[in-house]
Design a protein around this ligand. Structure first.
Ligand code: HEC
Ligand code: HEC
Ligand code: HEC
Ligand code: HEC
Ligand code: HEC
Ligand code: HEC
Ligand code: HEC
Length: 401
């Protein structure tokens, strides 16, 4: 069964799909913008402040009840400063935090990264000027933050999948170019374990090796039969060939921010297959674990190899003629067929690559991009593609292949 995006979608928790946006700016001229504490709390503080200013949090609670508790009350963090002085905005610390009219030891302007619009600030000034009345009935449905993300988004299984499968808008739009927080969207590093950006098993891989290659793909799948590419393990293992690095088939990133890695806007959530830095530089990826124009799965003479991850374990005849492929020997270059018929073995001329049993002897030499010749104990030499010496009872003098 091939993997589809729909199947991945089903893996997501339901709340993650119920996304909404709360980017609407407060409009002081709107009909519902009555000059009351309720408007200040519900239309301004809830969307702009309450991510950080939560009930029971480290900084003042800016809900309706929290605000009431700041009228004529001194700041805990900044002794001597009264938070809200009815009738006097400039004497109100909360107001000075918003305008940024602060001395060096009075902390940061609020919100920390993006100032409120002037009209909104003027609205708060007028509310304080007119006595900072708390006389209104708060909307019971608007108790706290109008969060951008749905409830439960802080769970790794929710926001992790959304990011990995490219289902949510590019996180950088709100969380900053380097994901270190912007406006009221928090710094990703504020919750994550240290070093997560360079940790290749933080989001994928880790089940079989520490390289980052699936299993545990981007949807968290471990089941080999469900993966978009079932053969990562074989390529990495290096049993019959060198242990291949990711570069053979992908641009290998150095961390999460590497261009084209987790953030590639055109193909978000898709792992690009890029052969250009590998042995099969001209290879083509056809999707669904199928490739063509490969050197690696070819016969060693051209780049016409094909492969499909459903092919399973490959034997020696899958790419070129193997030790027992009598009739296929003639597809090999030069004198192969003639020599094999004279009962030579692959090991006679490729001694370091293949042993006398016809099995790969040194994996690092096989499918490494070059044909390795080694005559072993045979009294032969090859210079400028010509062979000299005596072997299989035959004298060779500068023979071409
Ligand atoms: C990104 C988180 C964040 C947001 C959003 C934010 N604040 Fe703050 N706020 C803080 C932090 C951290 C402090 C403590 C450090 C400081 O005073 O600079 C603080 C302190 C304050 C203080 C002083 C508290 C004290 O100790 O007396 C006030 C008043 C305040 N914020 C008001 C606001 C208002 C009003 C908004 C929205 C318009 C807002 N903040 C939005 C993080 C935030
Ligand atoms: C349109 C702006 C926007 C985008 C896009 C966005 N975020 Fe956020 N994110 C926010 C805001 C604002 C907050 C503060 C809490 C809230 O409003 O939900 C936040 C908070 C979070 C939190 C903490 C949630 C909590 O309950 O404490 C996580 C985790 C998160 N974002 C992850 C992501 C990831 C991952 C992406 C990209 C896949 C992303 N966000 C994209 C605006 C955004
Ligand atoms: C409110 C805290 C919080 C914030 C903010 C947050 N994360 Fe996470 N995230 C976690 C936790 C907890 C984990 C689990 C691993 C850990 O503890 O580091 C996690 C894991 C992840 C994973 C791995 C999921 C997996 O297991 O495959 C991704 C991807 C991720 N976060 C992306 C982001 C991005 C991008 C942002 C910023 C836009 C972000 N997170 C902000 C709490 C958070
Ligand atoms: C925060 C999560 C995260 C971390 C950490 C992470 N990756 Fe990825 N990786 C992804 C996502 C998401 C994709 C697919 C996204 C895409 O291309 O749209 C991906 C894709 C890849 C691909 C396929 C090619 C591509 O870019 O699409 C390779 C190779 C890869 N990652 C290697 C690594 C290596 C190596 C590391 C450690 C240096 C690493 N990853 C760390 C999330 C992560
Ligand atoms: C022999 C080629 C090859 C090598 C080597 C290789 N990959 Fe892949 N990889 C693929 C193919 C093909 C896909 C499937 C792309 C698709 O159809 O979406 C893939 C998919 C992936 C995916 C996404 C899986 C998913 O669908 O969720 C990740 C992540 C990944 N590779 C990481 C790596 C890492 C990390 C390495 C190095 C340790 C690596 N790959 C080495 C060929 C390779
Ligand atoms: C996936 C395709 C593939 C399979 C399967 C394969 N080969 Fe090869 N083989 C190649 C390619 C391509 C070359 C070209 C030279 C190179 O890059 O090492 C090669 C080269 C060779 C050589 C020449 C010596 C050398 O070091 O290049 C010998 C001998 C050889 N293979 C033997 C075998 C044997 C024995 C088996 C089975 C155990 C086998 N091959 C299976 C692709 C394959
Ligand atoms: C008599 C020596 C000899 C024997 C025996 C021999 N080879 Fe070769 N092989 C060569 C030479 C010479 C080349 C060409 C090297 C060059 O010029 O790059 C070669 C090249 C190859 C290549 C590269 C593609 C091609 O056709 O040129 C493959 C693959 C290969 N041999 C596999 C094998 C296998 C498998 C066997 C056993 C079935 C075998 N060889 C037996 C001498 C031999």
């Amino acid at each position: 069964m091939k993997k589809t995006v729909n199947r991945k979608l089903l893996l997501l928790l339901a709340p993650a799909l119920l996304l909404g946006c709360s980017e609407d700016e407060f409009d002081p001229t709107a009909a519902d913008a009555t000059l009351t504490a309720c408007t200040v709390v519900e239309k301004i503080f809830a969307p702009k402040c309450n991510d950080c200013h939560k009930p029971g949090g480290d900084y003042p609670d800016l809900s309706y009840d929290g605000l009431a508790a700041l009228i004529n009350v001194e700041s805990e963090g900044y002794p001597g400063q009264v938070q809200v002085v009815p009738g006097d905005p400039e004497a109100s610390f909360l107001y000075r935090k918003i305008t940024g009219n602060l001395t060096a030891d009075e902390g940061d302007p609020m919100p920390e990264k993006k100032a409120l619009p002037d009209a909104t600030i003027a609205f708060i000034a007028q509310w304080i000027q007119e006595g900072a009345s708390m006389d209104c009935t708060p909307d019971p449905t608007n108790t706290s933050t109008e969060a951008y993300h749905p409830a439960g988004y802080a769970e790794a299984t929710v926001h992790g999948y959304e990011m990995e499968l490219g289902l949510e808008t590019d996180c950088r739009q709100c969380h900053g170019d380097n994901l270190q927080g912007a406006d009221d969207a928090p710094d990703c590093d504020s919750c994550h374990q240290e070093g997560w950006r360079e940790d290749c098993t933080y989001c994928h891989g880790g089940a079989v090796s520490d390289s980052g290659a699936p299993p545990r793909d981007l949807a968290g799948l471990m089941d080999l039969t469900m993966l978009s590419f079932k053969a990562h393990g074989q390529h990495e293992a290096g049993d019959a060939h060198p242990a291949y690095e990711c570069e053979q088939c992908h641009d290998k990133p150095t961390d999460v921010m590497t261009p084209g890695h987790i953030f590639d806007d055109e193909t978000a959530g898709v792992a690009e297959v890029v052969f250009s830095a590998g042995l099969s530089a001209q290879g083509t990826y056809n999707g669904n674990g199928s490739c063509s124009n490969l050197y690696c799965h070819g016969n060693g003479r051209n780049n016409s190899g094909t492969a499909d991850h459903d092919d399973g374990q490959l034997d020696c005849n899958a790419c070129h003629a193997g030790p027992t492929a009598t009739t296929a020997w003639r597809t090999m270059s030069g004198e192969h067929s003639k020599h094999m018929r004279e009962r030579l073995a692959c090991t006679d001329c490729h001694n370091s690559t293949v042993n006398s049993a016809g099995a790969i002897a040194q994996a690092a030499l096989h499918v490494n991009g070059q044909v390795d010749l080694d005559f072993g104990t045979n009294d032969m030499t090859r210079t400028n593609n010509r062979c000299t010496g005596t072997c299989h009872n035959e004298r060779h003098t500068n023979e071409t292949w």
